[in-house]
Design a protein around this ligand. Structure first.
Ligand SMILES: *Cc1c(COP(=O)(O)O)cnc(C)c1O
Length: 360
């Protein structure tokens, strides 16, 4: 076996102890006589797995009891639809911050159901920074304020949680959830596709304040109605059982590392190590403003784009994979989610320095 350091933006690496545990439990989970993927979602065994995963997630994030946690399918992109359908609650408009490729997609989808006011945008600066609180022009009549705390493609992360008064704050946390502690009570709704920092693709987690439920648009598909899903413990239909189980193993792993405070220290070190390597060289470049640099996704370019292919080929030979930047940004992108070990970042930095020595 020869596992690589996989810098993919998603689906991304999973912690090796989690994969080993899943392997050990593959043919038979505890004394159930079967694999988790074969279990009835309404049976006692799976119900206990599901409940434990939710309890561990609540503990990790400190989720207050007046929030529901949903384990759904459809990815974060389905939430681009579900959010306006559930949260407009009779209002005509919602405020969106336009800070990168994912917020643009969320805005385009919300426009099908609501009048979207763009309360701040950094598009003319090619999304190289997060706007400051003072730049947000929020509408008192907005049903909610939506933003993307970490723009996965541009590598731009908010260093603060926007203050929105009594308008519920909605956050697409797909690529930053569980990377550090957050104060859940600052948010009306948090959603995240699992395949970056939670588990395998196919699972989407929604954390929603209870008072926001129960007023979905009449045409809302049953499956997208948070109230229905909450009332049915995310089991209105068959939930993504195996992904839910693997996510539970990831939560357990995180608890073992000291929870999110411990994880945050490791993540800060990993990001600093790579940004430092980029900044001290004139061969590599990251375009993002210092106070907006993502801990999770680090895009960088080479001084000569003609070397990109060689860089990727040699990196792969050195067991450092999936470093190609998103096609809309070009260059490279190293994603450093929780499951990327510090040794992986160390290996990347060493490779980059050696590559620069030879080609720079
Ligand atoms: C990956 C990602 C998405 C899309 O997630 P899917 O689960 O593929 O729909 C949306 N928003 C952000 C911030 C992402 O990183």
């Amino acid at each position: 076996m020869a596992r690589v350091y996989n810098f993919s933006a998603g689906p991304a690496m999973l912690p090796e102890p989690v994969l080993r545990r899943a392997r050990d439990e593959m043919l038979e989970w505890h004394a159930s006589g079967m694999c988790v993927a074969e279990m009835s979602h309404r049976g006692q065994d799976f119900m206990s797995i599901a409940a434990q995963a939710e309890a561990d997630l609540r503990e990790l994030l400190g989720i207050p009891s007046n929030y529901q946690v949903l384990f759904l399918q459809g990815g974060a992109s389905t939430q681009f639809t579900a959010v306006p359908m559930n949260l407009l609650r009779g209002a005509a408009s919602a405020d969106y911050l336009n800070t990168g490729s994912w917020s643009k997609k969320a805005i385009a989808e919300a426009r099908r159901y609501a009048e979207v006011r763009v309360a701040a945008t950094t598009e003319t600066e090619r999304f190289t920074r997060a706007p400051a609180q003072t730049e947000l022009s929020l509408d008192p009549a907005a049903a909610y304020v939506h933003y993307t705390p970490n723009e996965t493609i541009e590598g731009v992360e908010f260093s603060y949680v926007p203050e929105t008064g009594d308008r519920p704050l909605v956050a697409d946390m797909s690529s930053t959830i569980l990377s550090r502690p957050i104060e859940v009570s600052r948010f009306g709704l948090i959603y995240a596709g699992a395949q970056k920092n939670i588990g395998p693709a196919g699972l989407t987690i929604i954390i929603v304040r209870e008072d926001l439920l129960g007023d979905a648009m009449a045409v809302t598909p049953t499956m997208l109605d948070y109230q229905v899903q909450a009332k049915n413990d995310s089991m209105y239909n068959t939930p993504p059982t195996y992904a839910w189980y693997l996510a539970g193993l990831v939560f357990e792993w995180l608890k073992g590392l000291g929870g999110l405070a411990g994880m945050a220290e490791i993540n800060a070190r990993k990001a600093q190590r790579l940004y430092h390597a980029i900044d001290r060289s004139s061969f590599y470049h990251n375009p993002v403003a210092l106070d907006s640099r993502s801990w999770m996704n680090v895009p960088f370019t080479l001084a000569d784009a003609a070397l990109d292919e060689t860089f990727l080929k040699e990196a792969k030979a050195a067991r450092l994979t999936t470093l190609k930047g998103h096609r809309s940004v070009g260059g490279m992108r190293a994603s450093l989610y929780n499951a990327m070990p510090e040794e992986g970042v160390e290996a990347l930095v060493d490779f980059m320095s050696e590559f620069e020595r030879r080609y720079g």
